[in-house]
Design a protein around this ligand. Structure first.
Ligand code: SF4
Length: 383
């Protein structure tokens, strides 16, 4: 059985409605039309066509998102699931499984594992199983932001992931181990695929059984994110990929990120953090001689003053073909200690090959062989 959806509408929903802003890149040819079934809305539509009522619809999606068989539970399906839907369940399960298949798994030393995931059309993205029941998912194939230190950014955007393809990464991961936290730090900029990411977050934070603060929306910063996130019934935590406090340097490092001044970005993040009760997680890829200077440290202290925020500092991992260097661990630790003394809650993550929690976009290029070590600052963050 093949399920079909409204691809014309779906294209708009997946590709552009919350999609890449004009001026970021021309995606009209690159994105392509999403296939039927990549969208949760298309799946819902098909379920309704098969006679599903809201309860049945939620049940199918819940069992799928939690990687449970569709005949789970004590009650016999015959007693409460319409016959047409019942008959379609095996084919439906096969279609859902086909959204994200495991092509290869690359275990890391710390219990992480990088998954190469094949989508229905043969494209691949990465998901990363993280220690402590976390999962990092991708939201796009490629990325339009073009961060100069990121391999994914070099590819440009190939296509958007549909909301169902995002949830499918979680369903797939849950066939391997429990998943209680989902971070949107894999390939892609979630703000450029906002409709699909928000739809996936809504499902994961409801029937997907992930706590709202354990859903982490990671972005380089986009005004639409700050408008949209507070409106959802599921409000994820927010991670801001800042990397520098200097607007001019940021424009060079993240050439196609929206030009929002770091101070404004932090102020916008702060408003959301106060509203949700979860601190902003500021991501900082530490690049030797570029954003590890005393001037930057002063800037960080200024920017963090009074903010409900945590700084996640990740020493860069050298990538073949990219001309950036990783500072020594001693230097990174010194920076973390200095920031600590100056009142900034900083987590320094050491990674042997790639920090899978913080290294948005490097995931595709690097094998996961990480060991995270956290330097926790004793001073409590200001609530
Ligand atoms: S670091 Fe993230 S936002 Fe930047 S290009 Fe890579 S995937 Fe895109």
């Amino acid at each position: 059985m093949t399920f079909t959806g409204s691809t014309a509408d779906a294209t708009t929903g997946a590709g552009t409605a919350g999609g890449v802003p004009s001026g970021v890149c021309d995606t009209s040819d690159a994105v392509g039309a999403p296939a039927a079934f990549r969208l949760l809305s298309a799946i819902r539509e098909q379920l309704r066509a098969l006679g599903a009522r809201p309860g049945h619809e939620q049940r199918v999606l819940r069992l799928w998102a939690q990687a449970l068989p569709q005949d789970s539970g004590r009650r016999r399906l015959e007693d409460f699931v319409p016959a047409e839907l019942r008959a379609a369940l095996p084919a439906l399960s096969a279609e859902l499984a086909g959204l994200a298949r495991l092509r290869s798994e690359h275990p890391g030393e710390d219990g992480s594992a990088r998954l190469l995931v094949e989508l229905g059309d043969g494209q691949t993205v990465e998901s990363v199983l993280l220690p402590r029941d976390g999962l990092c998912v991708s939201s796009q194939v490629g990325c339009a932001v073009g961060c100069v230190f990121c391999m994914t950014g070099r590819e440009g955007l190939l296509r958007q992931l549909g909301s169902a393809e995002i949830v499918a990464q979680v369903a797939l991961a849950r066939t391997l181990r429990p998943v209680k936290k989902v971070v949107f730090m894999g390939m892609g900029e979630p703000a450029h695929n906002l409709d699909n990411v928000m739809e996936a977050i809504d499902l994961l934070g409801t029937v997907g059984n992930i706590g709202h603060k354990n859903l982490v929306f990671s972005t380089v910063g986009d005004l639409r994110v700050f408008e949209r996130l507070p409106l959802g019934r599921v409000k994820p935590a927010l991670a801001l990929s800042l990397h520098t406090t200097r607007a001019d340097l940021r424009a060079k490092l993240l050439p196609r990120a929206p030009r929002i001044d770091p101070e404004e970005l932090m102020a916008l993040g702060e408003r959301y953090a106060r509203a949700t009760g979860y601190p902003i997680q500021v991501q900082w890829t530490l690049l030797e001689g570029i954003n590890d200077t005393d001037e930057e440290l002063d800037g960080i202290v200024r920017l963090f003053a009074g903010k409900y925020a945590i700084l996640n500092m990740i020493p860069y991992n050298a990538v073949d073909g990219l001309d950036f260097r990783r500072p020594s661990w001693e230097r990174a630790a010194e920076i973390a200690r200095t920031l600590h003394r100056r009142g900034v809650l900083t987590k320094l993550r050491q990674s042997a090959g790639q920090d899978v929690e913080g290294g948005c976009g490097q995931l595709r290029a690097r094998a996961v062989a990480t060991e995270s070590r956290v330097v926790v600052m004793p001073r409590p963050i200001q609530a």
